[in-house]
Design a protein around this ligand. Structure first.
Ligand code: MRU
Length: 357
């Protein structure tokens, strides 16, 4: 049984408070959109897919409670649109919540203009949100399959060593994970020698969350500081770097946790394949390149303090971008649930897939 970051039962939403991990395992109630916004903004839940799922389910939980207060479908539709817009503002870089909000707003507009009842409109919106939770795990399993096959091919007979950054596992998704899903699949197939995970300063998602998941799953793994990537690639055979994504643009440029770019530069220098593992919901075809991606800046306290204790010299100023953009030319392949694509072929492959749907 993998870790469960999101619990949804009888229209009630709970999330594992990731601010307390790994010390405490505590689930908190998310009763409405305001709770959802706060949990996402404070990073009690984080990771691009999990943000979107929790955001939408917070709306579903609220609607299940407030259904009887709506007098007409148009009123419900306006409220759904404005609550979704609010949820998007909780964190700006990951595109999944924004895309889900756009889709669900369109769905709710269609429902409000159709002949169904107000009660059925609420039911349909809730089931739309529930489907996100169900579909995400299958999506991730396919990413795991395609990504592990890509890494194994060319390394037949060898057990591989990989590096990952940040947390992309069960805690960042509905389950299984994206880049961590690839590591999981390599391990399940007996092809993994070791996974190295970075601490992922300043918020330590690697040391606190990925390390926790790897130990929990009994996957052979080693923790390194973010600054050790180059030395590791220089001193040991590393077969691949696998990371997640918060937003991939049309040309394949990829925003992911700060520190991803420097790993990609090191990987290029050492001839190590660099894979971005992301569901197609993280791909933003409306942006041409990475310079257009809004990069979130987080409070300085996340850098200056560790576990509530200030470690930085008083008076120093800080720069704390939560993400960086890895240029497409440093990326070997983008691993999606549809297959592994070179950045240069990503747009066409997604268009082809849309045509075939
Ligand atoms: O700031 P976070 O913890 O939300 O950042 C998370 C990442 O950068 C992940 O790599 C990304 O969201 C993909 S999660 C499957």
């Amino acid at each position: 049984m993998t870790l469960q970051a999101i619990r949804w039962q009888d229209h009630k939403l709970q999330i594992l408070d990731q601010l307390k991990l790994p010390k405490e395992t505590e689930y908190i109630d998310v009763k409405n959109v305001e709770d959802g916004w706060q949990a996402i903004n404070k990073m009690q839940v984080r990771g691009a897919p999990a943000i979107a799922i929790v955001g939408c389910l917070s709306l579903a939980a609220e609607l299940a409670e407030t259904e009887s207060t709506y007098r007409e479908k148009a009123e419900l539709q306006r409220d759904v649109a404005s609550k979704l817009e609010y949820l998007v503002s909780a964190r700006p870089t990951a595109v999944n919540m924004k895309k889900s909000a756009e889709e669900l707003t369109a769905v709710s507009k269609n429902l409000s203009e159709s002949g169904i009842s107000l009660q059925d409109m609420v039911k349909s919106i809730i089931s739309w949100c529930e489907k996100m939770l169900e579909e995400d795990v299958n999506t991730n399993k396919n990413i795991g399959k395609f990504g592990s096959e890509a890494i194994i091919s060319g390394n037949e007979g060898n057990r591989v060593q990989v590096i990952t950054h940040c947390n992309t596992g069960s805690l960042a998704t509905a389950g299984y994970g994206t880049a961590l899903g690839v590591i999981r699949a390599l391990h399940d197939k007996g092809h993994l020698s070791k996974a190295f995970c970075t601490e992922t300063r300043p918020y330590n998602q690697g040391a606190r969350l990925t390390a926790y998941e790897l130990v929990y799953e009994k996957i052979p793994s080693v923790l390194i500081c973010d600054s050790m990537g180059a030395a590791l690639m220089n001193s040991q055979k590393i077969h691949a770097v696998v990371v997640g994504a918060d937003r991939v643009t049309r040309n394949g440029d990829t925003a992911n946790k700060i520190g991803t770019y420097q790993l990609a530069v090191c990987a290029k220098h050492h001839n190590v394949p660099f894979y971005v593992c992301a569901p197609t919901t993280s791909i933003d075809l409306s942006l041409n390149h990475g310079k257009e991606i809004p990069i979130e800046e987080r409070p300085h306290k996340e850098m200056t303090d560790v576990a509530g204790t200030r470690i930085a010299a008083p008076g120093i100023s800080c720069w704390n971008p939560a993400f960086d953009v890895t240029p497409a030319d440093l990326i070997t392949g983008i691993v999606t649930e549809l297959g592994v694509f070179k950045p240069s072929e990503l747009y066409q492959k997604l268009q082809d897939n849309l045509k075939n749907c």
